[in-house]
Design a protein. Structure first.
Ligand code: CU
Length: 259
């Protein structure tokens, strides 16, 4: 897992969602309350559970998930519930119930794979994009490039909407180069991982398997130098992990500036 932050619905499992663009007719509904948008951003970018998933036993993973849901997500979900506009209270309730269930069971995949949970969270994200004033950047992943990614962006909350139009699985990791570092991302990625991660930090993650699946990566971008990168090995399709070189070496790295 490369990502440093995670969304409450995803936890790096790259569960893809089917985004539906709900039409929004009324002008006076154009702005959502700031407190709601802040609460939604907070839960979307909540810190990950403190656990090494590759080293942990299944029991340790369940315990970590329960603790994370109860201690990190539940307070954020309570704030979101309090601030939610009427238009989204039903969807927020579904999300809050999912957090409560996760705190009880620790079973991410069951809780967040439910169609009604995915739909509610997708609808919430659609609402947020339309009402919170966040920047939307549509990025199409192909084998092996990111299309549509700009070379400069304004600082602020930004959602990278990933669509996979390739034959392989792809991810979109948003990385920020630490201030004072001068190497390009291509140079950084050539370093041993530990060394590279002292010079750049992942700030958001999205993953979409082959087959036109959708996901998004949300972050509040500070000014700096960033990249989008895909670290999946060539040959990764569906549940099959490829054994080829990582996609960024084939062209899936895109540097950009945030001002
Ligand atoms: Cu890729």
């Amino acid at each position: 897992m490369k990502q440093g932050t995670t969304r409450w619905a995803v936890l790096g499992l790259a569960i893809s969602v089917s985004a539906t663009a709900a039409a929004c007719g009324e002008d006076r509904a154009a702005a959502a309350p700031n407190a709601y948008c802040d609460a939604s951003l907070a839960i979307e970018t909540a810190p990950e559970p403190d656990i090494d998933f590759e080293a942990a036993s299944p029991e340790e993973q369940v315990a970590a998930a329960r603790t994370w849901a109860a201690d990190t997500l539940a307070p954020l979900a309570a704030t979101l519930r309090k601030e939610a506009p009427k238009a989204v209270t039903d969807e927020v309730d579904v999300g809050v119930a999912a957090v409560e269930e996760l705190a009880a069971t620790g079973d991410f995949e069951t809780v967040f794979a439910r169609p009604e949970v995915q739909q509610a969270l997708t609808d919430l994200h659609t609402y947020d994009l339309e009402h919170c004033g966040w920047t939307r950047v549509d990025v199409t992943a192909k084998d092996f490039t990111f299309e549509g990614a700009p070379s400069t962006l304004q600082a602020g909350v930004t959602s990278f909407e990933l669509r996979n139009a390739g034959q392989e699985n792809h991810e979109l990791v948003v990385l920020r180069r630490n201030d004072g570092v001068t190497e390009s991302f291509t140079e950084l990625f050539a370093l041993p991982e530990e060394e590279a991660m002292q010079k750049a930090e992942p700030v958001a993650f999205a993953g979409a398997n082959a087959g036109e699946e959708l996901d998004y990566a949300l972050a509040d971008l500070a000014p700096g130098t960033y990249a989008l990168a895909c670290f999946l090995p060539q040959g990764s399709i569906g549940d099959h992990d490829g054994e080829g070189p990582p996609h960024f070496t084939l062209g899936m790295v895109h540097e950009f500036t945030v001002r």
